[in-house]
Write a protein that binds this ligand. Structure first.
Ligand code: C2E
Ligand code: MG
Ligand code: MG
Ligand code: MG
Length: 280
């Protein structure tokens, strides 16, 4: 009987694996078609200055309007795109789209000059050989001022490619862009490396913002991250701020900027533009 049970389990297990493999294959094919059919688009989430809740910029976040599965979040397709290499094309689209949106804002409303736009770079994109050339050409073609574009690169990505990262970041900085280290606290940074990287901001991962409320120790971890950032001369952005208690704590810890549902959800470009004009 035990054997029978085990057999059943094995069957269920392989069926599930097969199912997953099929889903993966169809997703890979869909990604290819989606890229060809313009099914990807960007939404923009406001970033605010904590002391007065003043809007300072946006983070561009990719979405996929899938023809049969509906709206998909990055967590549902970025990992696979990263694995298959399709992220390179998707990433190019994101950068291109973000920069041309920014260019249009800048042209129609010169008063939006001080706002920045953050774009996420994946690991593969960061280590790809033509990144610098790609960024340079998109900036040139769209005519935006490079200083308004921030590239968000995760701590893990930077550390995985630490040897080349210093030089690469320096070249991006030379183009005039600013650099954020994203999801900070989730990777294993070496302090000696951190201070070599030419960075501008550090983004505290939302998991820490959430944990902060759970125990005083976690709050101390966030305090340590903020203080480390300041020692390195970086501004701190907290992501995933959902309530006023978190906001208050982060403010008390000296965090400069915040992003989260407390202020705004990611929104279409037109709403972001309107928001900017109200503030400008
Ligand atoms: P991330 O760069 O850390 O972006 C922040 C994520 O937190 C976004 O999720 C955002 O919608 C979410 N978020 C913001 N405020 C709150 C909040 O108050 N509560 C909660 N629960 N969540 C909040 P999203 O858009 O699903 O993106 C997830 C991740 O996917 C991003 O994390 C980023 O790593 C990646 N991603 C998004 N867009 C792109 C892209 O264009 N290229 C690449 N390579 N990765 C992207
Ligand atoms: Mg990000
Ligand atoms: Mg982040
Ligand atoms: Mg994060």
């Amino acid at each position: 009987r035990a054997k029978e049970l085990g057999g059943d389990r094995f069957k269920v297990f392989t069926e599930r694996m097969l199912d997953q493999a099929m889903q993966r294959m169809s997703l890979e094919r869909d990604l290819r078609q989606g890229l060809a059919n313009d099914e990807f688009f960007l939404v923009y989430q406001p970033v605010l200055r904590m002391k007065d809740r003043q809007l300072v910029g946006f983070e561009a976040l990719v979405r996929w309007q899938h023809p049969s599965r509906g709206l998909l979040l990055p967590g549902e397709f970025i990992p696979l795109a990263e694995e298959t290499g399709q992220i390179l094309e998707l990433g190019r689209f994101v950068l291109q789209e973000a920069c041309s949106t920014m260019a249009a804002w800048q042209e129609q409303h010169p008063e939006t000059e001080p706002f920045f736009l953050s774009v996420n770079l994946s690991g593969r994109q960061f280590s790809s050989l033509d990144l610098i050339e790609q960024v340079r050409s998109i900036i040139y073609k769209t005519g935006i001022s490079a200083s308004r574009i921030k590239l968000e690169i995760t701590e893990t990505t930077i550390m995985e490619d630490a040897e080349n990262a210093v030089e690469k970041l320096r070249r991006l900085k030379n183009l005039g862009l600013t650099i954020s280290i994203d999801d900070f606290g989730t990777g294993y940074s070496s302090m000696s490396y951190l201070q070599q990287f030419p960075l501008d901001n550090l983004k505290i991962d939302l998991s820490f913002v959430r944990l902060m409320e759970v125990s005083p120790e976690n709050k101390e971890i966030v305090r340590a991250i903020v203080s480390l950032a300041h020692t390195l001369g970086l501004d701190v952005v907290a992501e995933g701020v959902e309530n006023e208690q978190q906001e208050q704590t982060l403010r008390d810890l000296g965090c400069e900027y915040a992003q989260g549902f407390l202020y705004a959800r990611p929104m279409p470009a037109d709403d972001a533009r309107r928001r900017m004009l109200e503030t400008a």
